[in-house]
Design a protein around this ligand. Structure first.
Ligand SMILES: C[S@@+](CC[C@H](N)C(=O)[O-])C[C@H]1O[C@@H](n2cnc3c(N)ncnc32)[C@H](O)[C@@H]1O
Length: 179
């Protein structure tokens, strides 16, 4: 094996390690939701053509693509990792979905989520805990939130099954915490 190839492999290894540590600190490392669970999450929220789905940390864009292609929704992904952001832009262009899917580069804690009718996410428990305040401040009552794996204490849980939890934003901050 040549020295150049070894250096390239080492460089790629460093990029992966850096990206994982960095995104974990910002919200979650990249671990994709399985395709089966993407459909489960979207069906649970009864997503349809009237929905605007926001995927917080959209990874490789799978939730956005499936929401737009199979369920006719509009979708917006927010992603902080530049490589995955570029990948998502290429993907939606290649699939002809630019009219219905938008990718925003940046930190979802600093983006306006108020137009969302459905929020999907697969993050970490401490990230969800921090997001609850933002949701209560920005989202209209009744907005649907589907979380893979981690809960949102303080939001009204409607349904949960295995690793998928479906929440509605309560009408006011004084609403009871159910989970
Ligand atoms: C566990 S993956 C989930 C990917 C995708 N939503 C899915 O379910 O397949 C989390 C993603 O969130 C991104 N991420 C983490 N913190 C973020 C932040 N503060 N703002 C935007 N994206 C973030 C990561 O780069 C990663 O792609």
């Amino acid at each position: 094996m040549s020295v150049e190839l070894l250096l390239l492999i080492f460089f790629l290894f460093l990029v992966i390690v850096f990206s994982t540590v960095w995104t974990t600190n910002l919200g979650a490392p990249w671990v994709p939701t399985s395709m089966k669970d993407v459909h489960k999450m979207l069906k649970l929220a009864a997503v349809g053509p009237n929905d605007i789905v926001y995927d917080l940390g959209c990874g490789d864009g799978r939730i956005l693509v499936i929401a737009a292609r199979y369920y006719g929704a509009k979708a917006v992904g927010i992603e902080i990792d530049p490589l995955r952001y570029i990948w998502c832009q290429l993907l939606i262009t290649a699939l002809g979905l630019r009219g219905r899917v938008k990718i925003i580069y940046g930190n979802f804690f600093q983006k306006d989520l108020s137009e969302a009718t459905l929020i999907t996410c697969y993050l970490l428990q401490e990230t969800n805990d921090k997001l609850v305040k933002k949701f209560k401040r920005e989202l209209q009552p009744g907005i649907k939130i589907v979380s893979n794996n981690f809960k949102f204490s303080g939001l009204k849980i409607v349904y949960w099954e295995d690793n998928t939890r479906f929440y509605l934003v309560p009408p006011s901050q004084s609403s009871e915490s159910v989970n």
